[in-house]
Design a protein around this ligand. Structure first.
Ligand SMILES: [Fe+2]
Length: 230
């Protein structure tokens, strides 16, 4: 948990904040959405806000490239859903960012666990289930508090059986409910170390079957209507 200690609880000033406001060159992320957002901040003269975001992105990309790729795809689905639900432009943009960074807390999970092809033990699950809180801590320390609250709740479920708090329906912020559906659809339709990719038809059925229990029904329909062109 070195990252958590360094950025959230440690006594030392986080490197991102120490560098804030300096004219040091900023390495640009490979993740397209994060690069666009960071460049936008810099062009608007907001280098101070871009620094912590870039540091978080560096951490994400240096450790798990596939997490960054997954984030970029989730960001794309989040944008489609948010536009379909006619959310304000600023929320759509924030959701793209949240999509990219929703699993940033997994930097605190052992790599062998993330890459384990078989079922996880109880202890391993315990470690994985901490990632929303670790991610929220990291985002909060990067002055992205609004995103932090969404990332914190992206594994909550309308039926109250999610984590970390067991929130129900409307208690879960809408952007977190959007993240959950976008995340699940991408997880089902891409290859993982523990399973092969499933078809769009299969994933659609799964999302609809679990609507109301695991997923917000309106969000499910929003994504499927976008993908199927209805
Ligand atoms: Fe997650």
């Amino acid at each position: 948990m070195a990252v958590r200690d360094m950025s959230v609880e440690g006594a030392a000033t986080p490197p991102a904040l120490a560098m804030a406001g300096t004219k040091m060159p900023m390495p640009m992320p490979g993740n397209r959405v994060l690069r666009d957002v960071s460049q936008g901040m810099i062009h608007q003269g907001n280098r101070r806000a871009a620094r912590p975001l870039l540091t978080l992105t560096e951490v994400l990309e240096s450790r798990y490239e596939d997490l960054s790729d997954h984030g970029e795809t989730v960001a794309c689905y989040c944008e489609m859903i948010a536009r379909r639900l006619e959310l304000p432009h600023q929320t759509v943009e924030m959701l793209r960012l949240a999509g990219c960074l929703h699993d940033v807390g997994k930097v605190a999970v052992d790599e062998e666990i993330l890459r384990k092809p078989g079922p996880l033990t109880d202890d391993e699950w315990k470690q994985v289930k901490r990632h929303p809180e670790v991610g929220a801590d990291l985002l909060f320390s990067a002055n992205l508090g609004r995103l932090a609250s969404w990332v914190l709740a992206h594994h909550e479920r309308p039926d109250g059986r999610g984590y970390p708090f067991g929130m129900t329906s409307e208690e879960i912020p809408l952007p977190a409910r959007i993240l959950a559906v976008a995340d699940a659809y991408d997880a089902m339709t891409t290859d993982r170390v523990y399973k092969a990719a499933m078809s769009h038809a299969y994933a659609s059925r799964e999302l609809r079957d679990r609507a109301g229990e695991q997923f917000d029904p309106a969000v499910v329909e929003g994504l499927l209507c976008e993908l199927d062109g209805c």
